[in-house]
Design a protein around this ligand. Sequence first.
Ligand code: NAP
Length: 390
Amino acid sequence: MFSLFARPRLANTGFLRIRGTAFRYLSSSHVRLTSRAVVYSRNGDPADVLSVATYPSLPPPAPGTVNIRFLLSPINPADINVIEGVYPSKPSLTYDLTDSGKGSKEEPVFIGGNEGLATVTSVGEHVEGLKVGDWVVMVKQQVGTWLTNKNVTVCDVVKIPDREGLTEVHAATITVNPPTAYNMLTDYVELKEGDWVMQNGANSAVGQAVIQIAAARGLKTLNFVRNRDDISRLKEQLQKLGATQVLTYEDLADKALRSRIKAWTGGKEIRLALNCVGGRETAMMSKFLGRDAHLVSYGAMSKQPLSLPTSAFIFKNLTAHGFWQSRWYLDHSAGEREELMRSLAHTPQHEIVSIDKQDNDEEATRQIREVFKILAAGRHGKKVLLKFKD
Ligand SMILES: NC(=O)c1ccc[n+]([C@@H]2O[C@H](COP(=O)([O-])OP(=O)(O)OC[C@H]3O[C@@H](n4cnc5c(N)ncnc54)[C@H](OP(=O)(O)O)[C@@H]3O)[C@@H](O)[C@H]2O)c1
C-alpha cells in the first residue's frame, strides 16, 4: 500500500523526517530566528509554489492576545485547493512575520493550512479563560496553521474542552472532518439503530469518522472505496473501525450487487448516501438508495461532475444536498460548536510529516514540495499532518 514511509529516503518509524544540510541561519543574525512557516506568494501547484521561511521569535503578547505554538497541523485536500486558488475561502496576505524577506511588507505571503492544534505559550494582559499550556484550535477559516508560532486574539481561538484522553492527532483534526461526518449523519435523515448509510471515499478521514460515529450509534454502513492490490487489508482496517460492508467501485457494475445488498439489509431501504467523490460511480451508487432518500455531497475528489438519473427524483423522491462544515460554523453559535466538539471522539489513520529544526529553508522547501508531489498521487486513506520539530 502507498505510504509516505515506504520511500526509503524518507523512511522512519512514525515520522517522515525532513533532514538535509546544516542549520545555517542562526549564526548570521542577532535576531532569534526560531519560527518557521510554510508559505506561498502566488497560487499554483503546491509542489511548485510552497516554500519554507524562517522568521524571528514573537515578542510578548499584547493585551487581549496570546502567543501560541502549533503542535500538529493537518494537510487537508481543501488546503491544496486553496493554494491552487480554486477554493471559495481565501486566505489573507501576511505582512508582519518579519521586517525583511518573505512575510515582510515588501514580500507578503500566504501561510498554508486551515486546521491545527496549538498550545498557548504566553498570555497577554486582560485575557480570561486561557492559560499557558491550554490546547486551542482556530475559530476563523484560512488563518494559516502551517507555522510554528503565532500571535492571536482570544476570539481567534477556542479552547479544547475536556482534553483528557484526547491525542494530539485527534485534537488537531477535530474541527473539520469529524464534525462533517457527525453533522451529515445527523442533519438530513432521522436515523435509528439498525438503519443503513451508504458512502463513497469511505477510507478518507471523513469516511472513517462516518464509520466510527455510525457504528457507535448502532447504524450499519455500506462503504465504497477505490480498488487496490491489498484491498483485503483496507477492508479489514475499515471493518475494525466498525464498517459493516466494504466494497469497491468496480463492485457497483456487478449485476448481483442489488440482491447482495438486499440480503444484508433484510430489504430495509437505504435513505442516506454521503458522497465525496462525484462522477459516474456516485450516480451508480445512488441507484441503491430507497424512496425519500437524501444524497449529501461534501467533496469531489474525482474532479468529475455529478449527474444523477432524473427518474430518481421523479419516482423515488430523491433529494440531493451539498454540505459545507464552514457554513455550519457560520450558522451556529460558539456554544453549539463547543457542544459538537464534546460529541466527537475519533483519531483517523494518519502519518506525520516533520520539519527538523536543523534543516535550512532551502532544504525544508525541497522536502515539503516532495511531500506534496507524493500527496498528489493519492493518500490512500491516511490523514497527513505537519509538525515543526523543536
Ligand atoms: N464539505 C465539507 O465541509 C468538507 C469537510 C471535510 C472534507 N471535505 C472534503 O471531503 C473530501 C475528503 O476529505 P478528507 O480530508 O477526508 O480526505 P483524505 O483523508 O485525504 O481522503 C481522500 C479520499 O479521496 C479518495 N480519492 C482521492 N482521489 C480520488 C479519485 N480520483 N477518485 C476517487 N477517490 C479519490 C481517496 O481514496 P484513495 O485512498 O483511493 O486515494 C480517499 O478516500 C475532500 O474532497 C475534502 O475537500 C469536505
